[in-house]
Design a protein around this ligand. Structure first.
Ligand SMILES: O=C(O)CCC(=O)C(=O)O
Ligand SMILES: [Fe+2]
Length: 347
């Protein structure tokens, strides 16, 4: 492929010997013409693909999200801002992430995953139509909340430092206007290129923090300072409704809460080649799909959540838990392929 190549590096193994490892890297090959967003992604570790989804569809998806929040019948009413309160909303973190209650399999979430402009972008990057998608969360962040803790920065990488190179591309479809004061993605520009050097120099391998899966690494203040000393800066990514934001899992990032008046709504959309998932991964995906469970950002599962949300550490009562979406997904043939089920060989 023109833009994904392999590079070989020598790393020390656990016996102190230097061994070669082959890593994948996104590179701009001379003579190959790339879209501006693709050039940005390779250089900066993130990019914005403008207008991947139409404004009309975004408006529908926004209404779908309000309808979903109201359907829990806890008191939230989109017309009454005073009902934006944790007791009136389904469980969600102060970071806005909603992943349980079968939300990841709501029909509109699948419609976002099946948007042609989103799929074709990942097909372009990976040069294959055989892709699988994460059964990921959605994000709803309301401004001016006093009922939940402030969303403090949580710089992290969604990739295991022991497995370097370009391995996972994350995405989100932004559904509402998202400017500098609005809640959203904050990325350390260019940090993806320095990740391997950072983890080697700082010997952080043993401090790996496996929160949700091993494909996660929390960056300390010192770590952030190291990236800053190399010239990297935090950038709040701004986007219009329908824009697809992509970022390399190695790029240090977090999301910030809204400071203005706008609500933030987004659907996380991460795809990878089906060929990269093992048969076990695909079978786990099938189980998650059939049970309407959510997965991490990694399309090959890594971690799944079985619709048993907690509120401030306390499990929700069974009576309040939803195991089925409000609207069951109706998948086209193209969308069904993204579940990974058609790629299972012995069934
Ligand atoms: O909401 C975002 O923009 C990013 C969220 C994120 O980094 C994560 O869920 O790992
Ligand atoms: Fe992340």
């Amino acid at each position: 492929m023109a833009t994904i190549t392999t590079v070989t590096e020598h790393v020390e193994n656990h016996e102190g010997q230097m061994v070669p490892i082959t890593m994948r890297e996104l590179v701009q090959v001379p003579g190959v013409v790339l879209e501006d967003w693709f050039v940005d992604l390779i250089r900066d570790g993130y990019c914005i693909v403008k207008g991947a989804v139409s404004k009309e569809h975004c408006e529908e998806y926004v209404q779908n999200i309000y309808e979903l929040l109201e359907s829990f019948k806890l008191g939230f009413d989109r017309r009454d801002p005073s009902t934006i309160h944790k007791t009136k909303l389904p469980p969600m973190t102060e970071k806005g992430i909603l992943k349980d209650n079968a939300i990841s399999h709501e029909d509109f979430v699948w419609k976002v995953r099946a948007e042609p402009g989103v799929i074709s972008t990942f097909e372009r990057i990976y040069n294959t139509e055989d892709l699988i998608v994460s059964f990921d969360a959605i994000n709803v962040s309301f401004p001016k909340r006093t009922d939940v803790p402030k969303n403090a920065p949580w710089p992290h990488q969604d990739q295991n430092p022991k497995k370097p190179g370009f391995r996972c591309l994350q995405g989100l479809v932004n559904l509402l206007p998202n400017g500098p004061n609005d809640g959203g993605l904050v990325v350390m520009k260019g940090g993806h290129k320095l990740s391997n050097e950072f983890h080697k120099l700082n010997d952080t391998q043993e401090q790996e923090v496996a929160v949700f899966s091993t494909e996660y690494y929390t960056l300390s203040d010192d770590a952030v300072a190291w990236f800053a000393s190399k010239g990297c800066e935090w950038v709040k990514v701004c986007a219009d409704p329908g824009d697809l934001i992509l970022w390399d899992s190695r790029a240090p990032h977090y999301n910030c809460g809204p400071e203005g008046d706008n609500h933030r709504m987004a659907v996380y959309t991460c795809y990878m080649p089906a060929a990269e998932a093992s048969q076990e991964d695909l079978k786990k995906k099938k189980m998650c799909f059939e049970n309407r469970y959510s997965t991490s950002h990694w399309p090959d599962v890594q971690f799944y959540s079985d619709n048993h949300p907690r509120r401030e550490g306390v499990p929700e009562p069974d009576s309040a838990i939803r195991q089925q979406p409000l609207h069951e997904p109706v998948l086209s043939e193209r969308a069904f392929k993204l579940t990974g089920i058609p790629y299972i060989k012995d069934e």
